[in-house]
Design a protein. Sequence first.
Length: 478
Amino acid sequence: MTSAEVNVDRLNAERLASVDKSMREQLSSDTNASLRSDHSPSGDERLLSLVSSDAWKAEQLSPRLHALVARLAKDSDNHARRIIALIERTIPGYAHVAKSDLRADVLMVARDHQEDWYRALLSGTSPASLDHIASVTDIARRRLHQGISMGDLLRAYRLAFRETWLILIDAVGDDSELQLELLQKVALNLMVHVDTHAQTIFEGYVVEERQQVRNRDRLRRELSSLLFTRPDDMTGFRELGAALGLDTDMPAAAFSFRLRDSHAVMLRVEESLDRVAAKIARALGVSADSFLRTLSGDLLLVWRSVPLGHVGFESDRKLAVQAAAVLRAVPDVIAAGVGLPGSGPHGWRIAAEQAMRALEVHAESKRASHDAHAVSCYSQHVLIDGATSSENALRFFESITDRLALEPNLLETLRTYFDFKQQRKRVAAELGVHPNTLDHRLARIEKLLDLSLHDVAWLARLQVALQLWARSINKTSG
């Protein structure tokens, strides 16, 4: 092999490597620029800037190379199929393309790009026209909605350009004169072509991704608003749920998370909610798009679907465990309330109200000042809510504690009796009294209220009465 041939081979390898490097550098540059600037130019401004900054160098090919490229152009379809086969074999995100309708779209794009490339070489004019840039932008947007990641999309283009260069090298063969012309006249323009596509794909994909996020945020706000303002709108509920990918036929439980710093969240609502929601999703082991979320004052409300048939006490326990996992993993939230699962817009709304009520009751309880990270389930407070739902029901329970308050130590004795699960030795030890003294107090309670502490129905009422009494004491002392 002559020194000239060695130099040509070396230059070939360098040009081939430059194709990959160029796209990677362009992606890095575009990413940094995007992070530095909050202002994005309009679509027309962006297209014009890409066309005006096109560094394509017009070069007339020699008759021999022109004829060779013309022959290759006639085989664009086979070249496109060769490129698609390589992409499907190499990129995991495209592995399913062969068995989907996406393949026809990908093949059409590859064929069009090949034809545009060969046409540009033959005419000596850049393929980066407004129409071409707009087409590549539309392709980037489509791929987002087709589930292709930007990384896979850029890699597909890198492979396509590498293969395009290899096709030219194979066609030139050992002809050193054409090899040199290929390097001098075509390689630089190929890298310019790569840069233009990398920038166009990145910007088109990111703009569409941002728009998609904004659309989802708007849909979440609309669905959340519907739950509280139009709970009878079943059609709107289903349409908005479907647009968000939520199964509105399933019952949903609601979580109410108290934010550590609601003011900071309110300064940049959507950005902050996205960040917190992503952490919650990781703690729950699900996608952030699998649940509905909204802000209500200093509370973050989250609705999550519960499988049919899993809405009883076992589900309530699991939801409490999930809420606790969120509190451990997400420092932005400091307390959680859990509502019972409900179906339809009315059920979802009631679940959220219950979750908020659970947090409210927890904040009123004596434990709240000692256990800021506790989970409060509405199921724990449903009897109390029933007791306070009407004035006469509240008076009934207050009359119980009023009667016991006539004699010292009886209310405290009864509360301790329940706290220690009616184990008399432990209760007596906690109160610091002799077991006989405890027996006397319990007998006195039974006489004053004309009941038996072995009556299960009365035990439930006494516990509700004691909880309401404890809440009233906390309010008074607070």
